[in-house]
Design a protein. Structure first.
Length: 245
């Protein structure tokens, strides 16, 4: 049984079909790069996979239960693309956001020493200890992404779902960010990542899923760069740019 099982899923916004008969299984421990052109349904598929949307047809199982009704949603850390839209204006501090990740774990009433240690450790892991008392709304996009990852770590999440986390982040910070994801994945956290830079994602991910309404490819990055799946999905306009790291 996979961690996520997408079976014959279709989805439309009103009368605009966005996902067409997609099936794929994500196993525990994988680092999946979800790629495809703009508007190809990546965010929608990610939201379907973690139960934020319900398929029109087909089924999505998350940890073995229908994703939409899953009682295990706190095992998923979601880092949305536009954090600024919902959390950015909140007058809360970094530490407060990370603490939210711990609420499902704490005993009624108060945080234990273990909870506090988990919160501090999560902030240290992603390098935001210095920002603990800053307001989230005042941070850069890249810093906010880290806050949301720390929240997932404080929650002991088994799965991290990230929607283009490094947009607007400089190359050096992006490398550091990918190193962090690699470390977390090595520790057993399953990662699903939407990334527009094909060269970067094929370097770091263990699996590639290539989408353009339909699933064009699902398999290892080496095979992906050797096949025509990318050109097919992008309508023949895209080739892989290799980055040497
Ligand atoms: P991607 O992440 O690959 O850019 P999305 O899943 O965000 O693709 O969007 C797929 C298509 O659905 C796009 O054409 C987009 O404009 C449309 N879409 C996305 N969200 C909504 C929404 N909430 N309502 C209506 N259409 C939407």
């Amino acid at each position: 049984m996979g961690l996520i099982e997408v079976q014959d899923v279709s989805f439309a916004y009103a009368d605009r079909p966005v996902i067409d008969d997609v099936s794929l299984t994500i196993e525990a421990g994988e680092f999946v790069g979800l790629v495809g052109p703009n508007g190809s349904g990546k965010t929608t598929l990610l939201e379907l996979m973690i139960g934020l949307r319900e398929p029109d047809r087909g089924s999505v199982l998350l940890f073995g239960d229908p994703a939409h009704d899953s009682s295990d949603r706190d095992r998923v850390g979601f880092v949305p693309q536009k954090i600024g839209d919902d959390a950015g204006e909140m007058p809360v501090t970094v530490r407060e956001v990370v603490r939210m990740g711990r609420y499902p774990r704490k005993l009624v009433g108060r945080f234990s020493d273990t909870d506090r240690a988990a919160i501090d450790d999560a902030m240290r892991r992603v390098g935001i200890t210095d920002l603990a008392d800053r307001r989230v709304g005042r941070l850069s996009g890249g810093q906010r992404q880290r806050v949301f990852i720390a929240r997932a770590l404080a929650a002991d999440a088994d799965l991290l779902a990230l929607d283009e986390p490094t947009v607007g982040v400089d190359a050096e910070s992006r490398e550091a960010f990918y190193d962090l994801l690699r470390e977390l994945n090595d520790e057993g956290i399953t990662i699903i990542l939407i990334e527009h830079d094909i060269g970067v994602v094929t370097t770091h991910a263990s699996e590639i899923a290539c989408l353009n309404r339909e699933l064009y490819f699902h398999g290892d990055p080496e095979t992906f760069v050797e096949t025509n799946a990318l050109a097919d999905a992008y309508g023949g306009t895209q080739s892989v740019v290799h980055h040497d790291h």
